[in-house]
Design a protein around this ligand. Structure first.
Ligand code: PMP
Length: 294
């Protein structure tokens, strides 16, 4: 992935993709002092760019650092990366981290770096996703909000995501269904989860995992369709009663789920409607979105 053509925005400059390197004694590598974003550009517009940028800045603050660029500068840099690489539809990955100026758990003197890359990434689950993805049950649980900085999109929180996804893949699944620290349903390793019960759209409260930008968007879309949307604790025992299940995330977009562990589902009308509405919304120009909101 590191040896290819293209440009990466790195601390304010456009650097050739294969030259965007770090020192091995980078604090972010040793102690996971990094935060990142995952954004998607559709037809040249990064969907909800400012929300992603604000979350990136907020994630850094939760880890105790200020990213040395304003939200306007970060937005402009994300757009510049798309333009420099000639992308109109792409995934955009900003990441901020503590540098290699010193290496110890205490790292007050480290410089905060920011890099932004973009690449073509059609969908997290690939072309066949419309028939539904299969989730295995993860062994790792999302930690409690007083155990880890769970509101931050912090690199360190993805350690259990990679472990869970690898375990699921080894068992023949596409992804993992993670429970929270109480043993209730939480989310997949890179997307939030939704369940249809009695025709209503239910989703776990984001108390110890990301309140995804796609999650919030899908909830609005469902309400605009007069669907009942409920945020609540969802027990594992309820998984068998859901009539539809889907995931929502920037990389996953809205993806139907056809299996969680021993339970099987058929993607249905509610999932299809929301996939269509999400597709239409992300491809609208920012002017059209603003006009509709007014
Ligand atoms: N949960 C996790 C663990 C994620 O990595 C993501 C993707 N950023 C999400 C949820 C969904 O967030 P969003 O809709 O903001 O992309």
């Amino acid at each position: 992935f590191d040896d290819r053509d293209g440009w990466i925005w790195f601390d304010g400059e456009m650097v050739p993709w294969r030259d965007a390197k770090l020192h091995v004694l980078t604090h972010g590598l040793h102690y996971a002092s990094g935060v990142f974003e995952g954004e998607r550009a559709y037809e040249g517009n990064i969907f909800k760019l400012r929300e992603h940028t604000d979350r990136l800045i907020g994630s850094g603050k939760i880890l105790g650092f200020d990213i040395p660029y304003s939200a306007d500068e970060i937005d402009a840099a994300c757009n510049a990366v798309l333009e420099k690489n000639g992308f109109t539809n792409a995934y955009v990955r900003p990441i901020a981290w503590r540098g290699s100026e010193m290496l110890a758990v205490s790292a007050q003197q480290t410089k905060i770096h920011l890099a932004i890359a973009a690449w073509a990434w059609p969908n997290l689950f690939g072309d066949n996703r419309m028939k539904g993805v299969r989730l295995g049950m993860a062994q790792w649980r999302r930690p409690a909000p007083d155990t880890a900085p769970t509101a931050s999109k912090a690199a360190g929180l993805y350690m259990i995501g990679t472990l869970s996804k690898h375990q699921a893949e080894a068992e023949g699944f596409d992804d993992a269904m993670m429970l929270d620290y109480k043993g209730d349903v939480a989310e997949a390793t890179g997307a939030n989860a939704f369940f249809v019960f009695n025709g209503e759209v239910h989703t776990p409260k984001p108390v110890c995992f990301l309140d995804g930008i796609t999650r919030r968007t899908v909830m609005k879309l469902a309400k605009a369709r007069q669907m009942t949307v409920v945020e609540r604790t969802i027990k594992v025992e309820e998984l068998k009663d859901a009539t539809e299940v889907f995931l929502a995330g920037t990389a996953a977009e809205v993806t139907p789920v056809r299996q969680i562990g021993e339970h099987h589902y058929t993607p249905g009308q509610i999932t299809e409607t929301l996939i269509g509405d999400y597709e239409a919304l992300v491809r609208m120009s920012p002017e059209e979105v603003a006009r509709r909101a007014a």
